[in-house]
Design a protein around this ligand. Structure first.
Ligand code: CMC
Length: 446
């Protein structure tokens, strides 16, 4: 006999029928977009005063936290699209600033919009002189991602009106300022570690050319970047501009959901990106290649990975979402060849290619669907362009700022969103009586 039904079965539309074996009761839960709302599970209770059923999903492996119209990924088919446009078409034909506009506004810019946007970005690249002094405060060997996190968080204090997040003009200017100033702060971090004088932005240059100028210019009156390097930077920025609800974007959304200003929210994203399982992976790839040292050491290294000895993972392989191939990796591999034609081959590249060949034919990696991800090759490009290893993630952060800001604004304008606040399953002790045996100097007795 079926038990009582808590909510009427929907007369139209798909639904899930759930039977609770604890009570024998049946429930129906509507299905929309192949998804149920976990809040609908709350009606499932044993006793009336129960909290109700929750979904348990550590690391959000199977939980959608938002509806988003920005980036589409089909991990099994290796598809990545921004606002419907395939990543390979954007990487081949668009500029990073065009893509940044697209991510935020949903459509490609008109010529007029693009010109104005580029002009605005160009004229907001300067940072307050105090930011320069702020950067000076870091140790000579500070990790540039720590400097980026702090530098961007500090911007919040220079633009206090950015906290008026419900004012569209404030969001406009914050978007422009962040995209414009990230390369400047990043270049200052680079020059600080090198002990070189900071180079101010050059408003006559394109976005990637200006960035390379702030990195590399010495005494020349105008720095002319190699066009292959400049294009490589622009394409890598496009590839890294967004990747739907990854760790750092989720961090930006979660922190932003408290209605803090966007500089603070993006600083949280930079901190998340710093980790070796996320943006720090391309740095980890290069360190791994250095550790391998020679092609002849690869078989032993692979065995160590498979057996869990030494390095437990092959860095630059595997992805939470892509289980066939990472479409960005294919584009980056081609780009890598172009850059190496200019820079000359490196030993890292020989090791990387052999590592890739062996891993792609090894049962361990095939069975687990572990393919090279975007970071496997980006590190090689950045190395060929002579960027220091610990600087790679900074380049990723500049690019991802476009996606973070688009996602932050989408979250803000989404009427369904509230402050992010997951539930937990408490596993600690029940109530107990406090009784301390400690005796310490500042103990206050009442
Ligand atoms: N090398 C060796 N084994 C691996 C690797 C790897 N890179 N990645 C996953 N595995 C194994 C893992 O040990 C597990 O094996 P088993 O089933 O025997 O326990 C199986 O594959 C499934 O792994 P998982 O940890 O459940 O997969 P995940 O989806 O949680 O992790 C990942 C995804 C990217 C964190 C992971 O693959 C990884 O740590 N890769 C190396 C770091 C890396 O390259 N990260 C950059 C990701 S791309 C940039 C971005 O979008 O952020």
């Amino acid at each position: 006999m079926p038990g009582p039904t808590a909510t009427p079965t929907p007369t139209s539309g798909d639904h899930l029928e759930i039977k609770d074996s604890r009570t024998g009761k049946s429930y129906t839960v509507p299905i929309t977009d192949d998804t149920i709302r976990t809040a609908d599970l709350r009606q499932i209770k044993v006793k009336d005063d129960d909290f109700g059923m929750m979904g348990y999903d550590p690391a959000f492996m199977n939980t959608a936290s938002c509806r988003s119209a920005i980036t589409y990924i089909d991990g099994d088919k290796g598809i990545l699209r921004y606002r419907g446009y395939p990543i390979d078409q954007l990487a081949e034909k668009a500029s990073f600033l065009e893509v940044a506009w697209l991510l935020r506004h949903g459509e490609l810019p008109t010529q007029g919009q693009y010109d104005e946007f580029t002009h605005d970005i160009t004229y907001h690249t300067y940072v307050h002189e105090n930011i320069k002094q702020f950067m000076e405060g870091f140790r000579y060997d500070a990790h540039p991602m720590a400097m980026m996190t702090a530098g961007v968080a500090a911007l919040s204090s220079f633009y206090p009106t950015a906290k008026n997040i419900h004012d569209p003009r404030e969001r406009d200017i914050a978007f422009i300022r962040l995209l414009a100033k990230m390369p400047t702060i990043a270049a200052f971090a680079y020059r600080h570690v090198k002990g070189m004088p900071y180079v101010y932005p050059d408003n006559a240059l394109s976005y990637p050319d200006n960035f390379l100028s702030m990195i590399a210019r010495m005494s020349e009156s105008r720095y002319e970047a190699n066009p292959i390097y400049s294009r490589a930077i622009d394409v890598l920025f496009i590839l890294h501009a967004d990747h739907e609800q990854n760790c750092s974007t989720s961090a930006v959304r979660a922190v932003g959901s408290s209605h803090v200003d966007p500089y603070s929210a993006v600083a949280a994203g930079i901190a998340a990106l710093y980790g070796p399982l996320h943006g720090g992976a391309n740095e980890a790839v290069l360190r791994m290649l250095q550790e391998i040292g020679d092609v002849k050491n690869i078989p032993a290294f692979i065995e160590a990975v498979k057996s869990g000895k030494g390095e437990s993972k092959l860095m630059g392989f595997g992805h939470r979402v892509y289980k066939s191939y990472d479409p960005r990796a294919k584009i980056v591999k081609g780009l890598c060849d172009e850059v190496l034609k200019v820079s000359g081959a490196t030993q890292d590249m020989d090791i990387a290619l052999e590592l890739e060949r062996i891993a792609l034919s090894d049962e361990y990696f095939i069975k687990r669907k572990l393919y090279p991800n975007v970071d496997f090759y980006t590190g090689l490009i950045y190395r060929a362009m002579k960027f220091p290893t610990d600087y790679f993630t900074v380049l990723f952060a500049i690019a991802r700022t476009a996606g973070w800001m688009a996602q932050w604004e989408e979250m803000l304008l989404d009427k369904e969103q509230k402050i992010a606040r997951p539930r937990q399953i408490y596993t600690g002790p029940g109530e107990r009586i406090y009784k301390s045996s400690l005796d310490y100097k500042h103990k206050i007795s009442v």
